[in-house]
Design a protein around this ligand. Structure first.
Ligand code: NAI
Ligand code: AKG
Length: 449
């Protein structure tokens, strides 16, 4: 056994013991460590000085009680989290998720991935993530406000425009960011730089709403260019119908692709004529309704309740999972392969199980991991921070041009890093090595901090 392998085995054993039962977190670590093996071989000082032990331990994990009152006057309580994982490259940056499945494991996997994603953007941001097991589904506006105010009452002690800057994620959009900011302002001082993804009326950035979805499609467009191909006529499946999914669909359609299906947590809708995005926006952005309502507007479409979009049996060129973690397992990946998929690019964070990722590799399906392909959202969040610091808003074109430039650079970095280490087209290894290299260099130059 090589020295590097021995070191990795020892680290994995320690992490498994310390985090037993935290499945998603351990999955993210198991996905990450083997891919950086060749980088560690060429950098023996990292192993000799045990740098990875520091990298793998979050700098801080904050867990707090969030009491709030429902519309009946009854007291309710949820758990809040903020994981401040790594600040080598800048203040902690990463979204807040409000979803009943949120727990320590999910928070830690998201914060861990965020470190390398933020590093790949080339912008000065460290990695963090937070949220709560609060379920916004079915709650009134007053209940959402009450919850957000209580959440921020505790969180404001730990964040600030130069220390930790949260944003949105599942269940946290412009409405929630508005309530969170309102409470921050009452408790601290007026500094809109403390959150990103803000509404445009007070220091939000044009283009942030679209950024993750557009960025994902820019990443795939660059990959297609290398293949002397384009989105024109490509048959595309997009899971979810939230922020990331909607703007991924919009850009695919603008570039000439056909989006055949999208979904929500209840089921999926398939429209052979191509999904009508105006209808999806009306249902999801205006009515906050269910995707099944698509059939009211488009009766010829098909709706499948309680089925995954990845079970569909139809020819597919490109799959864009944009809903949630582990939505594609091995069986569903096999179905995608049967349907002829060539590219799987992740808008969501870790939507593919490790077995399915290995299957893509074996089958030669090009796999673009979320930490690279969905980095456009956090990149534009960092541009929002720049605009806030300058006290100057940029035009939508300026933001979008920068987003395209950043995503092209991320794609090229992943491609070239993979090639440099002899792993042609392994974008996962490319993303992990390029992402970690900068973080480790910064950590080593900062000493034991
Ligand atoms: N909003 C952003 O800027 C970024 C989001 N992401 C990731 O993208 C994914 C989606 O986030 P958003 O669009 O912001 O959230 P959202 O709350 O706007 O939408 C989430 C969508 O996923 C669907 N969904 C949730 N759980 C599901 C399940 N179990 N099965 C099927 N569908 C399910 C929901 O119905 C909804 O359509 C998440 O993994 C998030 O971490 C990644 C980078 C940035
Ligand atoms: O915009 C941000 O700061 C965070 C986005 C995010 O949570 C993510 O990239 O997963």
């Amino acid at each position: 056994m090589t020295q590097v392998q021995g070191y990795l085995d020892q680290l994995v054993a320690h992490i498994e013991k310390q985090n037993s039962g935290q499945e998603e977190y351990l999955q993210a670590i198991h996905e990450f460590l083997p891919t950086i093996y060749p980088y560690l071989e060429s950098h023996p000082e990292i192993v000799e000085r045990n740098v990875l032990a520091l990298l793998l331990e979050p700098e801080r994990l904050i867990k707090f009680r969030v009491p709030w009152q429902d519309d009946q006057g009854k007291w309710q309580v949820n758990t809040g989290f903020r994981v401040q994982y790594n600040s080598a490259l800048g203040p902690y940056k990463g979204g807040l998720r409000f979803h009943p499945t949120v727990n320590e494991s999910i928070m830690k996997f998201l914060a861990f991935e965020q470190i390398f994603k933020n590093s790949l953007t080339g912008l000065p941001i460290g990695g963090g993530k937070g949220g709560s097991d609060f379920d916004p589904k079915g709650k009134s506006d007053a209940e959402i406000m009450s919850f957000c105010q209580s959440f921020m009452t505790e969180l404001h002690k730990y964040i600030g425009p130069n220390t930790d800057i949260p944003a949105g994620d599942i269940g946290v959009g412009a409405r929630e960011i508005g309530y969170l900011f309102g409470q921050y302002k009452r408790l601290a001082q007026y500094d809109a730089g403390v959150l990103t993804g803000k509404p445009l009326a007070y220091w939000g950035s044009l283009g942030r709403t679209e950024a993750t979805g557009y960025g994902l499609v820019y990443f795939v467009r660059e990959l297609l260019k290398d293949m002397k191909d384009s989105f024109k006529g490509k048959r595309v499946l997009v899971s979810g119908s939230g922020n990331v999914a909607i703007y991924a669909m919009e850009k695919v359609i603008q570039l000439g692709g056909i989006v055949l299906a999208c979904s929500d947590s209840n089921g999926y809708v398939y429209d052979e004529n191509g999904i009508d995005l105006d209808v999806v926006k009306q249902i999801k952005e205006q009515q906050r309704g269910r995707i099944s309502e698509y059939l009211t507007y488009k009766p010829t479409a098909v709706y499948e309740e309680n089925h995954s979009i990845w079970e569909l049996s139809t020819a597919v060129d490109i799959a864009l999972p944009c809903a949630t973690q582990n939505e594609i397992n091995l069986e569903l990946a096999k179905n995608l392969a049967k349907n002829g998929v060539q590219i799987v690019a992740e808008g969501a964070n870790m939507p593919t199980t490790l077995e399915a990722v290995h299957f893509y590799e074996e089958q030669g399906i090009l796999y673009c991991p979320g930490k690279a392909a969905n980095a456009g959202g956090v990149a534009v969040s960092a541009l929002e921070m720049s605009q806030n610091a300058q006290r100057l808003p940029w035009s939508k074109e300026e933001v979008d041009d920068k987003l395209e430039e950043i995503m092209t650079h991320i794609y090229e970095t992943c491609r070239d890093t993979a090639s440099k280490y002899g792993m042609e087209q392994n974008f996962l290894a490319g993303a992990n090595i390029a992402g970690v290299e900068k973080v480790i260099t910064a950590m080593m130059s900062q000493g034991l901090v």
